[in-house]
Design a protein around this ligand. Structure first.
Ligand code: MLT
Length: 254
């Protein structure tokens, strides 16, 4: 392993956990130190009462401190993981040497999304995580995965079922309360890879392309035959794009 490669931090989507990055983390760990983190309340991490998106980003900073990471990291987040990465950028720009922004957005929730969050919180409170997970798996996985990859559908469902109802409700509130961070985009001065799923209806490719156009020098790819969970739905294409970018823009830097 080249000691000089910057550490990579992977941040998962909602309502998943670090499990969604497990294979990518193993693959990347041949190149550098990888921190595949569970956001507060998910996977093995403790819940944070009244958690907010700034609170999640601050906790990522503390986790890096606890692990003795002083150098800038490459941070990659998918969807909610991207929201946390944008907050980290706002709070700690000097701790980043690059960003991977996958199926995510810098904007705050629109009114319709806020309404859906409130309904989702109510539903989880009443019925638990199972009905929510069944709905989420349908909206997150693209048409191709739904029709052709039943084992992926099962795998994603099993990850979503692991989410504690409290963590899911807390994260929904945190996402609903997040700030619009579009104003940060034009001043980003490090390499950024943005990628969207061709079939993603949650963060449509056109919206992600518009976001990438505000980030100087960033790269943008559309992952074919994929919905929202691009690393799981089209792993070979996602991984090639990610690795080629890291090799060209991050690992080759002196
Ligand atoms: C996610 O995948 O993290 C969620 O779709 C994010 C969101 O609900 O905004």
């Amino acid at each position: 392993m080249k000691e000089k490669n910057p550490p990579i931090v992977l941040l998962h989507a909602f309502p998943l956990s670090s499990r969604m990055w497990k294979e990518d983390a193993a693959f990347l760990s041949a190149k550098t130190k990888v921190f595949n983190l569970d956001l507060p309340g998910f996977g093995s991490s403790s819940p944070m009462e009244g958690v907010t998106m700034p609170g999640m980003a601050a906790e990522i900073g503390r986790e890096l401190d606890r692990s003795g990471v002083r150098e800038p990291v490459f941070m990659a987040g998918l969807s909610m993981g991207g929201y946390a990465a944008f907050e980290f950028l706002r709070q700690f720009p000097e701790r980043l040497c690059g960003l991977g922004l996958f199926a995510t957005r810098a904007s705050a929730d629109a009114p319709a999304a806020l309404k859906n969050r409130a309904l989702a919180i109510e539903a989880i409170e009443k019925f638990g995580i199972e009905p929510f997970a069944r709905k989420a798996v349908k909206s997150q996985l693209g048409k191709t995965s739904q029709e052709q990859n039943p084992s992926l559908v099962e795998n994603v469902l099993s990850m979503m079922r692991e989410a504690s109802p409290q963590a899911a409700m807390d994260a929904l509130k945190a996402m609903a309360g997040r700030s619009d961070l579009n104003s940060l985009l034009p001043s980003i001065r490090f390499p950024v890879l943005a990628a969207a799923g061709e079939e993603d209806e949650i963060c449509p490719a056109a919206e992600m392309k518009a976001m990438h156009e505000k980030i100087p020098g960033s790269r943008f790819h559309v992952i074919p035959r994929s919905g929202h969970l691009i690393n799981l739905e089209n792993t070979p294409v996602f991984r090639k794009i990610f690795m080629d970018f890291l090799e060209a823009e991050i690992f080759s830097r002196p």
